[in-house]
Ligand binder design. Structure first.
Ligand SMILES: [Zn+2]
Length: 361
């Protein structure tokens, strides 16, 4: 029987051992202290002047993601009490995300804003005060909200160059005047591909189920979350663990620069392509998720999604989640079941304390 020393000596010269060691070292370098981390699979660099509006919740184009790729976004912060926890979780998993900050929040909590930047995340803006009914405001008010938000986030970071030319419209209240002004500034409007309704008064378990079921329905995309919500902080570790278990990969998005020229893409990659087995649900998602392109006056305050697909999670059933909070696959989702109730996110003014009114609209 070989001694431990002999086994070790054998290992030193074994190609297999060397390879194993190389892989382990690589993983350790990729995410120190957590070789099993979710990680960030790739970074894509985008030119905001070429693709001005993205996110299938509202626009024809979205990010040029491959199947099973996910981009994480967090709105409405920074708010130290929750943003720091979100940052801890992302750092522990070596996951990079995009934060859409509110100017007033960054002004009040500049250290947290700087931490987001220092940890390698992208930072876009989300107006100065997150006003209610953004798209319906007077043009001058819209401009000052956009300008002041950028100014205060820049001030908090200490350098305007640290702010990405990315903007998410508060409450996704898009309007031609808003989009035209942002285009004039060379800023890319980010809608999203699916939300998790974490701004609503729902449980963190429901946030997990919504995030995963909507992702499974689409197969890839931009997930809209909020870093000012306790339920999001609680849900995030489970969401990340499930993403990894289901073979999803995290993609980080940065604005094109001299240091990082735009990632080469074909125009068709910017349109949402679905694989055939996802078609029934995906079609439904794209056509009904938000009705956000409909005129505001005719838009229902609540949109109910229904599906006939069996390849999704039944998120209305009380039986589809195990005690650990992990959703189970539903094999029999009836046509009459509701997939979820959605409202436009963040449709209220937020305060620097992060508190939001109990109801929306
Ligand atoms: Zn918001």
């Amino acid at each position: 029987m070989k001694s431990n020393f002999a086994i070790a000596a054998h290992c030193v010269v074994s190609i297999a051992c060397l390879l194993t060691g190389a892989i382990a070292a690589s993983a350790a370098v990729d995410c120190p202290g957590n070789p099993g981390a979710v990680g960030t699979s790739r970074t894509i660099s985008v030119d905001p002047t070429e693709h001005r509006r993205i996110g299938t919740m509202q626009y024809p184009e979205t990010l040029p993601l491959r199947d099973h790729e996910v981009v994480l976004t967090f709105d409405d912060g920074p708010l130290p009490a929750h943003t720091n926890g979100i940052l801890d979780i992302l750092a522990g998993q070596c996951v990079k995300a995009t934060f859409f900050m509110v100017g007033r929040m960054a002004k009040e909590f500049p250290e947290t804003a700087r931490r987001v930047y220092d940890e390698g995340h992208s930072i876009g803006t989300h107006s100065e005060n997150h006003p209610f009914r953004f798209g319906e405001m007077a043009p001058e008010h819209i401009k000052s909200e956009i300008d002041d938000g950028i100014a205060h986030v820049s001030e908090a970071l200490g350098d305007p160059a640290k702010v990405a030319p990315f903007f998410r419209i508060p409450g996704l209240r898009r309007a031609e005047g808003v989009e035209a002004y942002l285009a004039e500034l060379g800023i890319m409007v980010w809608s999203a591909d699916f939300p998790a309704d974490d701004w609503r008064h729902i449980s963190s378990t429901q946030v997990i189920r919504l995030a995963l079921s909507r992702l499974e329905a689409k197969g890839k995309g931009i997930l809209l979350l909020h870093d000012i919500q306790e339920r999001t902080l609680v849900a995030l570790p489970v969401i990340l663990r499930e993403l990894k278990a289901r073979g999803y990969r995290i993609v980080h998005v940065v604005p094109a620069s001299q240091a990082m020229p735009k990632t080469p893409t074909e125009q068709q990659q910017w349109f949402f392509n679905v694989s055939p087995d996802r078609t029934p649900m995906s079609k439904l998602s794209v056509q009904s998720v938000w009705l956000a392109q409909a005129p505001l006056r005719s838009r229902p305050s609540e949109v109910v999604l229904k599906t006939k697909s069996s390849a999704v999670f039944d998120i209305d059933s009380a039986n589809d989640i195990d005690p650990k909070g992990v959703p189970k696959r539903s094999s029999d989702l009836s046509a009459s079941k509701t997939m979820g109730h959605t409202q436009l996110p963040g449709s209220w003014p937020i305060t620097a304390s992060g508190m939001t009114p109990g109801s929306v609209e």
